[in-house]
Design a protein around this ligand. Structure first.
Ligand SMILES: NC(=O)c1ccc[n+]([C@@H]2O[C@H](COP(=O)([O-])OP(=O)(O)OC[C@H]3O[C@@H](n4cnc5c(N)ncnc54)[C@H](O)[C@@H]3O)[C@@H](O)[C@H]2O)c1
Length: 287
């Protein structure tokens, strides 16, 4: 990536499940993407996965098979200071307060004044994340959906600190990538995950109680309720560690028993069964 034009450069920070999708989606839109992660292994995997996804998503929608140009527009690095020339930042690091605090503080110190920082989180209130920076007005929640290139609606969450300029700039960035935004007020889990995490948790309770196996639970939710994916396959796609942490955040912030994570979910995460990203979750992905 050699372009030095303004208004085209987006730094995607965190190259896991969501960073991979975000980098792919912005590159597809012709933007110059800088994909940053502390782990070179994660970056190598990310480039390989984007390459695979270009082909896979192209089978679903030919407009998504832009081929090699997508990878040409993605540059990778491990030094967050490289984000200094970016016009937009989208943070997608691990769903954990301490990790987010460190990364958001660093990014705030690195990027130019007024550059918006989108925080992609499943449940942490945006006002809390904004407080980890010296410029909370430039932080905004950008709840991307997974897989990002295939999901065109984004939940956008300004906190009480977020400026109108930040909201406008971030909408512009997402609009370039073909995303429609729905703006909601700041609250743990926002709208989508306050509902979705409860459903996933209840599905895990049903599984643990032996009421039905994973395939039956998912099939019923797809076939009877018209969901595109069942709750357990969704959980495997999200990552069970992210689901668990999101439920813990919801439990802590809302002080309600209904968000208490199912014991089986804790056991899976403790044993390294994290879903698709580890090859094993409620389903096996090893073959
Ligand atoms: N997985 C989903 O379906 C989904 C959907 C919407 C939002 N989210 C949110 O997006 C964020 C990322 O989720 P994910 O599923 O991609 O997580 P992930 O665990 O797959 O990836 C996180 C990445 O962050 C990197 N990272 C951790 N600390 C870092 C640091 N200090 N500097 C640079 N990189 C660092 C890790 O190396 C890893 O590659 C989370 O906050 C999550 O809640 C996830």
């Amino acid at each position: 990536m050699t372009s030095t034009s303004t208004g085209h450069r987006v730094a995607v920070v965190g190259a896991g499940t969501m960073g991979i999708g975000a980098a792919h989606a912005f590159a597809l839109a012709g933007m110059d993407v800088l994909l940053l992660d502390k782990s070179t292994q994660a970056l190598d995997t990310a480039l390989r996965q984007i390459n695979t996804n270009v082909r896979l998503y192209g089978l679903i929608d030919p407009r998504l098979s832009a081929g090699a140009e997508v990878l040409d527009r993605v540059r990778v690095g491990t030094d967050l200071a490289e984000a200094r020339d970016s016009d937009w930042l989208i943070e997608n690091v691990t769903e954990n307060h301490d990790v987010k605090r460190e990364v958001l503080g660093l990014l705030d110190g690195v990027c130019r004044p007024g550059v918006p920082i989108g925080a992609n989180t499943s449940a942490i209130p945006i006002g809390v994340l904004a407080s980890y920076t010296e410029h909370p007005e430039r932080v905004i929640g950008v709840h991307l959906m997974n897989p990002v290139p295939l999901k065109n609606v984004v939940e956008v969450i300004p906190s009480v600190h977020t400026s109108a300029a930040t909201l406008t700039l971030m909408r512009e960035c997402l609009g370039r990538a073909g995303k429609t935004t729905v703006t909601v007020n700041d609250s743990p889990g926002f709208v989508t995950n306050r509902i979705a995490m409860l459903m996933v948790n209840e599905a895990v309770h049903l599984l643990a109680e032996g009421v039905a196996d994973p395939a039956s639970i998912d099939r019923l939710m797809r076939g009877c309720l018209g969901h595109q994916m069942g709750p357990l396959e969704t959980a495997d796609l999200i990552g069970l560690d992210t689901v668990l942490y999101s439920l813990e955040v919801l439990s802590a912030h809302r002080d309600e028993d209904k968000f208490a994570p199912a014991r089986l979910l804790r056991e899976y995460v403790a044993s390294g069964r994290l879903g698709r990203k580890s090859g094993e979750g409620f389903y096996s992905y090893t073959s």
